[in-house]
Design a protein around this ligand. Structure first.
Ligand code: FAD
Length: 251
C-alpha cells in the first residue's frame, strides 16, 4: 500500500477486539443500532465494515460482517443490524444481545468502498434496504466535516415503516438531496407508484454522467447488480461505481 489508506496497522486491524454493548436503539421494527465500546479501536473511514464474532458457551463460534454506521468517535462504534428471518446471527444481535454484554469485533475492513471529506466530486448514494448503513456513515462524516460536497441519496425500501434513520435523515444537511423509493407500498399521494428501482429513477434523482459523480451502491446482491447495470447503461463510467453487496437475497 503506497500510503496510509485506512486507519490502523493491518495486523492490529485483523486482531479480534473485545466490544461491550453500551447502548441500543430501534431504527425500524426489524433493525436496531448497536453502540459498542471497543478499547483500542483505531478509527475508521465512512463505508468500512467490521467482522463480528459470536462464541457460544460450548465453543461454537460464527461471524458476520456489518458496516460501520457512525462517523469516527474515539473508541465508540455503531452498527445497524436488520433482522433476517431464520438468520443465525442477526436475530441474536437485534433481539438478544443486551447492554453490558461482550462480543468481539475485527476491523475496520475495506479501502475501496469509502468516502473521504477530501473528495470534492459530486456523490450519488444508492441504497437498497439495510444497504443504507455505510452510506449513512458517509452522510454523517460529511456533516461532521462541515463538507458542502454535493450528495444525492436514492433510498429504495419496501415500505415507509422499513426506513432506517428517519429522524437523522430529517436533519437539514445543505447540499444533500434525498429521494425515497418504495418497492411494496408507498405512502398515500406519493408521486411514484411502488416498484423496483428503474433507470428513470436514477436519471431523475441522480447526477448526469457528465458531472462525473462517484456512485456508491449498497444493498442485497440483486439490488446492487441491477443498480450498477442501470448506472452503466445511463452512461456512468464503471470505475466511478463502487459497490458493496450485503447478502444473497433480493428485495
Ligand atoms: C461487507 C458486508 C457488510 C454488511 N453490513 C450489514 C449491515 O450493516 N447491516 C445488516 O443488517 N447486514 C449487513 N450485512 C449482512 C450480514 O453480514 C449478514 O449476512 C446478515 O445479518 C444475515 O446474517 P444471519 O446470520 O442472520 O443470516 P444467515 O444465517 O447467514 O442466513 C439465513 C438466510 O438468510 C439469507 N440471507 C443472508 N444474508 C442476507 C441478507 N443480508 N439479506 C437477506 N437475506 C440474507 C441466507 O441466504 C439464508 O437463506 C453485511 C454483509 C457484508 C458482506
Amino acid at each position: 500500500m503506497a500510503r496510509a489508506a485506512v486507519p490502523g496497522r493491518l495486523g492490529a486491524r485483523l486482531r479480534w477486539k473485545t466490544a461491550r454493548l453500551a447502548d441500543r436503539r430501534p431504527e425500524s421494527s426489524a433493525a436496531h443500532t448497536l453502540v459498542f465500546d471497543v478499547p483500542g479501536w483505531p478509527g475508521h473511514l465512512a463505508g468500512q465494515h467490521v467482522d463480528v464474532r459470536l462464541t457460544a458457551e460450548d465453543g461454537y463460534s460464527t461471524q458476520r460482517s456489518y458496516s460501520l454506521a457512525s462517523a469516527p468517535d474515539g473508541e465508540r462504534v455503531e452498527l445497524t443490524v436488520q433482522r433476517v428471518t431464520d438468520g443465525e446471527v442477526s436475530p441474536y444481535l437485534t433481539d438478544e444481545l443486551a447492554v453490558g454484554d461482550l462480543t468481539e469485533l475485527r476491523g475496520p475492513v475495506g479501502g475501496w468502498f469509502v468516502w473521504r471529506p477530501e473528495q470534492k466530486e459530486p456523490v450519488l448514494l444508492v441504497a437498497g434496504g439495510s444497504g443504507l448503513v455505510p452510506l449513512m456513515a458517509m452522510i454523517r462524516v460529511r456533516r461532521a466535516a462541515g463538507s458542502r460536497t454535493p450528495f444525492r441519496l436514492v433510498y429504495s425500501v419496501r415500505t415507509p415503516e422499513d426506513r432506517l434513520y428517519v429522524p437523522d435523515l430529517r436533519l437539514d444537511d445543505p447540499g444533500l438531496d434525498k429521494t425515497y423509493l418504495y418497492t411494496r407500498s408507498a405512502p398515500p399521494q406519493w408521486p411514484r407508484p411502488a416498484g423496483r428501482l428503474t433507470a428513470a429513477d436514477l436519471s431523475r434523482a441522480g447526477w448526469p454522467p457528465e458531472f462525473e459523480p462517484t456512485c456508491y451502491v449498497c444493498g442485497p446482491t440483486g439490488f446492487v447488480e441491477t443498480a450498477a447495470d442501470l448506472l452503466v447503461a445511463l452512461g456512468h463510467a464503471p470505475d466511478r461505481i463502487r459497490t458493496e453487496r450485503f447478502g444473497p437475497s433480493g428485495g
